[in-house]
Design a protein around this ligand. Structure first.
Ligand code: ZN
Length: 67
């Protein structure tokens, strides 16, 4: 089991603000500064994918850069 990567939610569970990069993907708090990119969520039915972000507190637990 990998501890370094945190599972992103399914696209249907991602709220509008999270999909837009306004809110943390894990705790839902509004992002101000220090947000970290944690990957992309794909919505296969709609053929979309979007980059999602975490606040610094959540992001430092689950980020692996450079993959
Ligand atoms: Zn958070």
């Amino acid at each position: 089991m990998s501890a370094s990567t945190r599972q992103l939610p399914a696209a249907e569970d991602v709220r509008f603000g999270q999909a837009r990069g306004w809110d943390c993907i894990w705790c839902g708090r509004r992002l101000t500064s220090g947000a970290v990119s944690v990957g992309r969520v794909s919505e296969e039915r709609a053929g979309l994918s979007f980059e999602v972000f975490a606040c610094p507190g959540c992001g430092k637990n689950g980020t692996s850069h450079g993959a």
